[in-house]
Design a protein around this ligand. Structure first.
Ligand SMILES: Cc1cc2nc3c(=O)[nH]c(=O)nc-3n(C[C@H](O)[C@H](O)[C@H](O)COP(=O)(O)OP(=O)(O)OC[C@H]3O[C@@H](n4cnc5c(N)ncnc54)[C@H](O)[C@@H]3O)c2cc1C
Length: 465
C-alpha cells in the first residue's frame, strides 16, 4: 500500500506517472548572473535554452521552472507532432491571408520534420513514430467540411494532404461512423513527458543550468533585467518567457492569451482481438472535424488515448481545472461510439491540462518593446512540433539575426488583447458556447453513444512512490 503521497507531477498525466524515475534539479537558492534566462520548462523553454546555448556555447544560459520539467502542457499532451497551426487552415487564411496561411503551414511542416531531426540527432528516447494523420469524417456535414479544407490546402499550393474514401479508410481503421478522411503522412507521435525529459538531458549536456521548483515571482527591467525567485534572483541580459497557458499571470503579457483546459482518458492496453475488429495496424493519429475536436491515438503499449470533445475555462488567475468528471465520462462514451467493439474496456487514467489561447486562436512570438525580452505563446492544442522549431526561431531573434524563421509573419505580429475579467470569462464562455452549438448541428443525426467505459485506475508504478 502506498502511504507517501505521489509527487505533484505524477498525478498530472499517464506519461508523467510512467516516464520512469526522475531526478529533479535543485531549486535556485542564491543570486546569480546570466546571459540568457528562460522562464518555463516545457518544450518551448527547453528548445530555446538548447538552441541559445548551442549557438553560443560561451553564454551562461539558465532555465527556471515553477514545478518540474514537463509539468505543463508538454508533459500532458497527446503527443501529436502535426502541421496544424491555428484552429483550422481556413481560419488561418481568414485571419492572416493566403500568404500567411501558406507560410504558417510550411513552418509547421518544417516543425514536424524538425522534431524527427532532433530525435535522431540526440537519440531522444520518446517512443517516436511517424504513422501519419487522419482527420476522420463522422457525419456527412463533417465530410463536406474536411473536403473543403483539403480544397483550401490545394488552392494554397499545399501538398501532401488527400481525401481517403470511406472504403479506403476502412482498410486502415474501422468505425461504423467513418465516412472518409483527410490523410496526411506528415505527422509523428511521441511520448511527451519522455521527450521533455530527454530535452532536459540534452540541455544539461550542452551546459544549460536548470533550476526546478523555482517560480519567477517578479521581473524588473532596468539596465539589466532581474528575475526574483523565492530564494534567489537572476540578473540577466536577455529573458525568454516560455510560460504558455500561465502567461496571463505575468503582468507584462497578461492580455495576450487565456488558458483553456483540454482533457484525456486512456484505456488499458487493447488486445489482438480488439485490433482484429478495429484495424488501426498503421497506428495513425486521428482527429475528427468538430470545433471542439476529439483527438485519439495508440500508445507504445497499445492503450487508446482519447482527448478533447469539450474544454474547461477558468476565471481570473485560477489555474485549478485539471479535472472534469463530465468531460471524462463523455470521452469514454465517445470511444464506444467510434469503436463499439471496445465496450467493456477499462479506462485506467484520466487527466487534463491547460493550453494557451489568443483571441484569434493562433500562435505568436514577440518582444516586449524592449528587444531583450521575448515571449512565445498561443500554441493552442498544436504546440508539440511548433514549440521545438520556435526554440530555434527565438534563439535567432535573441542573437539579432534575420532569417527565414525570424521573418515569419507570426513573429512580432499584432495580438488582439483579451478584455479584463469579468468580460474575459463572458467572452470565453460565449465562444465555447458557439463552438458547442455548431458541433451539435453537425451531429444532429449522429447515433448517441451506447454507454460508456468503466473507470478503474491502476496502481502507479513503484518508482513514483
Ligand atoms: C491535454 C493536452 C493535449 C494536447 N495535445 C497536443 C497534441 O497532441 N499535439 C500538439 O501539438 N499539442 C498538444 N497540446 C498542446 C501542447 O502540449 C502545447 O502547445 C505545448 O506543450 C506548449 O509547450 P510550452 O513549453 O510552450 O508550454 P508548457 O509545456 O505548458 O510549459 C510552460 C511551463 O512554464 C512553467 N511556468 C509557468 N509560470 C512560471 C513561472 N512564473 N516561473 C517558472 N515557470 C513557470 C509551467 O510550470 C510549465 O511547466 C496539448 C495540450 C494539452 C494540455
Amino acid at each position: 500500500m502506498t502511504t507517501e503521497p505521489l509527487p505533484d507531477y505524477a498525478t498530472k498525466s499517464f506519461w508523467l506517472e510512467t516516464a520512469g524515475p526522475y531526478e529533479e534539479s535543485p531549486p535556485l537558492e542564491e543570486s546569480i548572473q546570466a546571459d540568457v534566462t528562460v522562464v518555463g520548462g516545457g518544450f518551448t523553454g527547453l528548445s530555446t535554452a538548447y538552441h541559445v546555448k548551442k549557438a553560443g556555447p560561451g553564454l551562461r544560459v539558465v532555465l527556471i521552472e515553477d514545478r518540474v520539467i514537463g509539468y505543463g502542457a508538454s508533459g500532458r499532451n497527446a503527443g501529436f507532432a502535426m502541421t496544424l497551426f491555428g484552429l483550422t487552415l481556413g481560419l488561418t487564411r481568414s485571419f492572416f491571408g493566403e500568404e500567411g496561411a501558406r507560410q504558417a503551414h510550411h513552418y509547421m511542416e518544417r516543425a514536424v520534420d524538425y522534431v524527427g531531426e532532433l530525435v535522431r540527432e540526440h537519440d531522444l528516447k520518446c517512443d517516436y513514430e511517424r504513422p501519419g494523420f487522419l482527420r476522420a469524417a463522422t457525419t456527412p456535414g463533417y465530410a463536406k467540411r474536411i473536403q473543403e479544407e483539403i480544397e483550401v490546402a490545394h488552392r494554397l499550393g499545399i501538398e501532401g494532404i488527400s481525401w481517403l474514401t470511406k472504403e479506403e479508410l476502412a482498410q486502415e481503421v474501422r468505425s461504423p461512423l467513418y465516412l472518409g478522411a483527410w490523410w496526411e503522412p506528415r505527422c509523428a507521435l511521441v511520448n511527451p513527458a519522455r521527450l521533455a525529459r530527454e530535452m532536459k538531458r540534452v540541455c544539461l549536456e550542452h551546459g544549460v543550468e536548470i533550476y526546478e521548483r523555482t517560480p519567477a515571482r517578479e521581473i524588473r527591467r532596468g539596465t539589466a533585467i532581474t528575475v526574483s525567485t523565492p530564494k534567489g534572483s537572476i540578473r540577466t541580459e536577455r529573458l525568454v518567457l516560455a510560460t504558455n497557458a500561465w502567461s496571463h499571470l505575468i503582468p507584462a503579457i497578461k492580455p495576450k492569451q487565456v488558458p483553456a483546459w483540454t482533457y484525456i482518458v486512456l484505456t488499458e492496453p487493447l488486445t489482438p482481438d480488439h485490433f482484429a475488429e478495429i484495424g488501426w495496424q498503421n497506428r495513425q493519429g486521428i482527429e475528427d472535424a468538430r470545433n471542439l475536436v476529439h483527438y485519439y491515438r495508440l500508445t507504445a503499449d497499445n492503450r487508446l488515448l482519447m482527448g478533447g470533445g469539450d474544454i474547461g475555462i477558468a476565471y481570473g488567475k485560477n489555474m485549478d481545472r485539471d479535472s472534469h468528471e463530465r468531460i471524462w465520462r463523455d470521452l469514454a462514451g465517445h470511444i464506444v461510439q467510434i469503436f463499439p467493439s471496445l465496450k467493456g474496456v477499462r479506462i485506467t487514467h484520466r487527466w487534463g491540462g491547460p493550453v494557451s489561447v489568443p483571441v484569434d486562436m493562433a500562435p505568436a512570438i514577440g518582444t516586449l518593446g524592449d528587444e531583450r525580452v521575448v515571449w512565445s505563446l498561443g500554441c493552442m492544442g498544436h504546440g508539440v512540433s511548433l514549440t521545438h522549431l520556435n526554440g530555434l526561431t527565438i534563439s535567432q531573434l535573441l542573437r539579432g539575426e534575420q532569417t527565414e524563421l525570424t521573418e515569419v509573419f507570426f513573429v512580432n505580429r499584432r495580438t488582439i488583447p483579451w478584455p479584463p475579467e469579468p468580460l474575459r470569462w463572458v467572452a470565453s464562455v460565449a465562444i465555447r458556447g458557439y463552438m458547442r452549438a455548431e458541433d451539435r448541428i453537425y451531429e444532429r443525426n449522429m447515433p448517441a453513444p451506447e454507454g460508456t467505459l468503466p473507470y478503474q485506475p491502476s496502481d502507479p508504478p513503484a518508482h513514483v512512490n
